[in-house]
Design a binder for this molecule. Structure first.
Ligand SMILES: Cc1cc2nc3c(=O)[nH]c(=O)nc-3n(C[C@H](O)[C@H](O)[C@H](O)COP(=O)(O)O)c2cc1C
Length: 181
């Protein structure tokens, strides 16, 4: 398969995929949501098990409840949309965790190229995950530990009282050749 003529433009976009936590109140149009769900559906998974269900959350009260699971995700309350990733729970710590990361990142990339933005909101420890499952109507034997929040960002600044540090380590610190350096 030939590369895209604008491949470098695409990779430049990939480098700009940032976590957004503040959004305009505008809803995400149905056709955009449908495209995002198709991207999620076509994400590859371990042995093509597709071990997921996606719960589309747009109800304000549901978003507020999720935002209260843990202080670092309180910004979820003001977002127009979140997609909860519910895993079958058979290999939650290993292959399903990998699959969850892949589908999350694809949603964030798709959001960016469709003119939206997104962010990950992690429920937290076991008790907080149980609370997330209760809110979402997920049975105990399944796994639900995060939502991908989506909308039209007003900023990608981390406005939380304890913001995560921005930027990235230089390649010289993180790349080795043939052996770990
Ligand atoms: C597994 C995982 C869990 C995360 N949980 C949260 C979270 O609970 N709340 C939050 O605001 N950001 C969360 N983030 C977002 C990270 O803080 C963000 O990806 C990181 O700071 C880099 O941000 P940047 O790409 O905008 O530079 C999470 C990211 C990952 C990968």
């Amino acid at each position: 398969m030939a590369g895209l003529a604008n491949g470098l433009e695409v990779t430049e976009e990939l480098r700009k995929v940032r976590q957004a936590r503040q959004y305009r109140p505008d809803p995400v149009p149905e056709e955009v949501l449908a495209e995002l769900l198709e991207v999620a559906r076509w994400t590859g998974s371990s042995r093509n098990t597709q071990p997921w269900h996606f719960v589309v959350v747009r109800d304000e009260e549901q978003l507020r409840r999720i935002s209260q699971i843990r202080t670092p995700i309180n910004w979820v309350a003001d977002a127009p949309l979140a997609i909860a990733i519910v895993l079958n729970g058979e290999n939650a710590a290993t292959s399903e965790a990998y699959d969850e990361g892949r589908v999350t990142e694809r949603l964030l990339i798709a959001a960016r190229v469709l003119g939206l933005g997104g962010g990950v909101a992690w429920f937290g420890d076991e008790g907080q995950q149980a609370e997330g499952k209760r809110i979402l109507g997920v049975p105990a034997e399944r796994t639900a530990r995060s939502v991908v929040v989506l909308g039209y960002p007003t900023t990608t600044k981390d406005h939380r009282p304890n913001p995560a540090q921005g930027g990235r380590k230089p390649l010289s610190e993180i790349v080795g050749y043939d052996r770990l350096e």
